[in-house]
Design a protein around this ligand. Structure first.
Ligand code: FES
Length: 133
């Protein structure tokens, strides 16, 4: 898993409990098993890693190392169970369009699993989302 050598912060703890992620607009929820986290891009247990492993193709131009803002998502439910955004993440989010209080970088947002999570992918990134046909 790639790391950004300029990031000062420690990796957030991975989820400790099973939970589900609902992606707005997709028919199926994604079940997260903390004992079988995928090894995709972004922090271990990050929304980016889990969603990509489930076939939800979110943009991630920098490879999940908190050096762009293309993985910007809205965590509309369960966001409080995730690690707090670091200064590095907030700096990158500042460059993203249409920020909301629920904005996170998917590669840096690691829910703990203490409640289910709902994610909304911004409309400009929606074409990349694999629809369940
Ligand atoms: S993929 Fe670049 S910041 Fe998340």
């Amino acid at each position: 898993m790639a790391k950004n050598p300029f990031m000062k912060s420690e990796a957030p703890p991975p989820p400790t409990r099973a939970y589900t992620i609902t992606v707005v607009g997709l028919p199926e929820t994604i079940r997260v098993d903390p004992s079988q986290l995928p090894d995709e891009q972004g922090q271990e247990g990050s929304l980016l890693s889990i969603l990509m492993a489930a076939g939800v193709d979110i943009e991630h131009v920098c490879g999940g190392v908190c050096a762009c803002s293309t993985c910007h998502v809205y965590v509309t439910a369960g966001g409080a169970t995730a690690n707090e955004a670091t200064d590095d993440e907030l700096d990158m989010l500042d460059t993203a369009p249409a920020l909301k209080p629920t904005s996170r970088l998917a590669c840096q947002c690691v829910p703990s699993g203490t409640s289910d999570v709902t994610v909304e992918i911004p409309s400009w990134n929606r074409n990349a989302v694999k629809e369940g046909h």
